[in-house]
Design a binder for this molecule. Structure first.
Ligand SMILES: [Zn+2]
Ligand SMILES: [Zn+2]
Length: 211
């Protein structure tokens, strides 16, 4: 089951220009089986998700992307709007209590978070980032990152023995499906999604666009 785990739509994510209907069309065109709505700090009303899914084949899951003092974290199995910036410890406590799953999103995105110079760091140095003590997995394929940035995340995940997920981080229709996670089992809801993520029963696929 191919799922794009990391997507922002408009207007719920103000930085995104991606219309939810266009997203479904594009994901279907690419033969994806599911998409995850991971807006910034806001969850969809379940009724709106049902409406969007109506009559279609596409499975729609909900996650969330929270900004913390240790970077952005994708969260599954924890549905709450939190507008203020949390510390990684606060988010971790909340998500663990809800038995949710946390993924360090684009941990080595160059310019915005660290400055590209820091990509010169060694894998050993990169592994010491505090965020990795708090997450269940690392996003090692992000559609908006350079190969170099994704590669550093892959090396860190391998070194730390953390599983690696992938998602497009699409903010525009032409970014949808650029990195997806391919699950072994059929997934019906967010609970099952968390279970499969935790079990690591998936592989990742780069750029299935245009297939
Ligand atoms: Zn982000
Ligand atoms: Zn994002």
């Amino acid at each position: 089951m191919r799922i794009d785990l990391h997507i922002h739509t408009s207007p719920r994510s103000p930085c995104s220009g991606l219309d939810p209907q266009e997203l479904i069309q594009e994901a279907s065109r690419q033969g994806l089986d599911g998409i995850c709505l991971t807006e910034h700090q806001v969850v969809w009303d379940p009724q709106d998700v049902d409406e969007l899914a109506q009559g279609g084949e596409m499975k729609i899951f909900q996650g969330n992307e929270f900004t913390t003092n240790q970077g952005d974290i994708l969260v599954f199995g924890y549905k709450k709007d939190i507008k203020e910036l949390l510390t990684i410890q606060e988010l971790h406590d909340e998500v663990k209590a809800a038995e949710g799953f946390m993924i360090a999103a684009h941990p080595f995105r160059g310019f915005k978070t660290f400055g590209i110079g820091q990509l010169q760091m060694t894998v050993e140095q990169a592994c010491k980032r505090k965020v990795f003590d708090f997450v269940d997995a690392i996003e090692i394929g992000n559609g908006r990152l350079s190969d170099q940035e994704n590669d550093m995340a892959l090396k860190v995940a391998n070194q730390l023995g953390l599983t690696g997920t992938a998602g497009s981080d699409a903010h525009r229709v032409d970014e949808v499906g650029k990195w997806v996670t391919d699950f072994e089992k059929e997934i019906q809801n967010e609970q099952e999604l968390v279970k499969e993520l935790r079990a690591g029963r998936f592989t990742i696929i780069p750029g299935v666009r245009n297939i």
